[in-house]
Design a protein. Structure first.
Length: 378
């Protein structure tokens, strides 16, 4: 038992040294990993509210007096009144103390059970279940709160993305493209990918930028000042719950690996040692995956995704507008001809039957006149 105790004392001393200096520099990789974890946990620790800290300091200086109306205050008031009461009252109270003790023994378990049960409805059960289930895969996705929102966290993790479309003249395309890169560098970001076309017939550009979240607003103002903005969209996604779940799972996996290392030192047989080593390999793979997940979440929240698209503006010399007007005139003339032809066809559709009826009537009347004339001659 002396070696594990010495190892634990060494790790605790190394953690204290890392917390004092602010960086992990131990020679042993395992101990240095514990130092990194301690620094990350301290960085993520939530600070108390100023009002609560001030109130707690005042109570500490006062010797933590009883709150007015609390059971402790009532008990102190009762004790004080008993000390000042006459001897007969004190004797009566002393006789009643056994009964009070019996009642307290009966009520104490009920009070403890009600306190542990929490408020009605279990408002925090979903969040506690989501955080406590960090040891298994896919727990966060199966939680009823699918939005990733984790209430009560002072430092939220927000993943932001912005899409910006600028109207740029063709002869200014190269200059504006260079200015996009300059604005990104000026605000501490970087260009992940870019594509620019400065041809005469067609042109445009697409940029995928990564800009620090704290510099996003001034960077967007500078980008919008390069050319008229056609369209701008912004999106945000809260990934605080994912970060908390991954951090808790990493802490649990690190503690499990430390326990497995201690068990490996005390293993009695080769079979037991091989089983522990296999489990250590699985835990090490899980730790690497969780660290990568935390790094990815940190990058996604510390850097906003900004997509900039440069679109060629209309020609400023008027030739394009004239050509467009001529094409519109030809189109309007064609539409007019088609409409006129349609009206003529409809008129013919009505006139032809009428003309046929009129021709038949005229032929019948001419035949009748001829018959009458022949009858008169006979």
């Amino acid at each position: 038992m002396s070696e594990p105790s010495a190892t634990i004392e060494r790790d605790l001393a190394a953690i204290d040294a890392a917390l004092r200096s602010g960086h992990a520099g131990h020679g042993d990789p395992h101990t240095r990993e514990l130092q990194d974890l301690a620094l990350e946990l301290r960085a993520e620790a939530a600070a108390p509210e100023p009002q609560f800290a001030e109130r707690l300091g005042a109570r500490l200086q006062a010797g933590f007096p009883a709150e007015p109306g609390s059971p402790r205050a009532q008990w102190e008031a009762t004790s004080s009144s008993l000390s000042r009461a006459p001897r007969r009252t004190a004797v009566t109270v002393r006789r009643a103390l056994p009964a009070v003790g019996v009642i307290g023994v009966i009520l104490l378990p009920l009070v403890v059970a009600i306190t542990l049960a929490g408020p009605p409805g279990g408002g925090s059960s979903d969040d506690d279940a989501g955080l406590a289930g960090g040891g298994g895969g896919g727990v966060a996705e199966q939680s009823p709160n699918r939005s990733g929102f984790a209430p009560g966290q002072p430092n939220r993790r927000i993943e932001r993305s912005v899409s910006l479309e600028l109207d740029v003249p063709a002869d200014e395309m190269a200059r504006v493209a260079e200015e996009v890169t300059a604005v990104t560098n000026r605000h501490g970001g970087f260009v992940l990918s870019s594509s620019v076309d400065t041809g005469e017939d067609a042109g445009g550009g697409d940029f995928s930028l990564r800009i620090p979240s704290e510099r996003l607003r001034p960077a967007l103002r500078d980008l919008a000042g390069l050319a008229p903005v056609i369209r701008q969209t912004q999106e945000g996604r809260d990934v605080t719950r994912q970060h908390i779940t991954a951090r808790d799972r990493l802490q649990a996996a690190t503690a499990e690996r430390r326990s497995l290392l201690d068990r490996l030192e005390e293993a009695d047989t080769d079979v037991e040692a091989d089983a522990i080593r296999r489990r250590l390999d699985l835990v090490a793979a899980e730790i690497n995956g969780l660290r990568g997940q935390l790094r990815d979440l940190r990058l996604r929240t510390e850097y906003a995704v900004v997509l900039v698209r440069l679109v060629v503006a209309d020609d400023s010399d008027g030739s394009g507008a004239a050509a467009s007007s001529f094409d519109d005139a030809i189109g309007d003339a064609g539409d007019l001809l088609v409409g006129t032809a349609g009206v003529l066809i409809r008129a013919l559709a009505v006139a032809l039957p009428l003309a046929a009826i009129a021709g038949t009537g005229w032929a019948a009347s001419a035949w009748l006149r001829r018959r009458r004339r022949e009858s008169a001659l006979v």
